[in-house]
Design a protein around this ligand. Sequence first.
Ligand code: FES
Length: 115
Amino acid sequence: MSTQPHALRWSPVCTLDDIAPNTGICALVNDRHVAVFHVTGETGQLFAIDNYDPNAQASVLSRGLIGSLGERIVVASPIYKHHFDLQSGECLEAPENSVNAYAVRVEDRVVHVAL
Ligand code: FES
C-alpha cells in the first residue's frame, strides 16, 4: 500500500487579466466549483476556496465582497454575509461550515489551482 500523499493536480483556470482587482471569479475545476480571488495591495495575492457557501447552500462566494478582519483577508458571502478566511476557508461565524482552500499559482499570467 502506498503511503504517498495525494499528489496535487494543477489546473489552469483563467488568465490574471480575467480577474478584476479585488474581485473573484468562479470556475469548475475537476467537478468542484472553485472561487478564485485576486486581492491587491500590500498583501496582494491570489486565493482559491470553494465557491459553495454551506450556510446559504448556494455557489456564491466568488461574488462576495473582499475585505479584511484584523489580519485576515476575508470574503463576505453575498447571501447571509458570513465571512470566510481566504487563506484557510474558515467560516468565522460558523466554523462548522468552513470550506476548502486551495493552492494557487501563476505561470505566464495563467492562474492555476491545485486540487
Ligand atoms: S463554476 Fe461558477 S457556480 Fe460553479
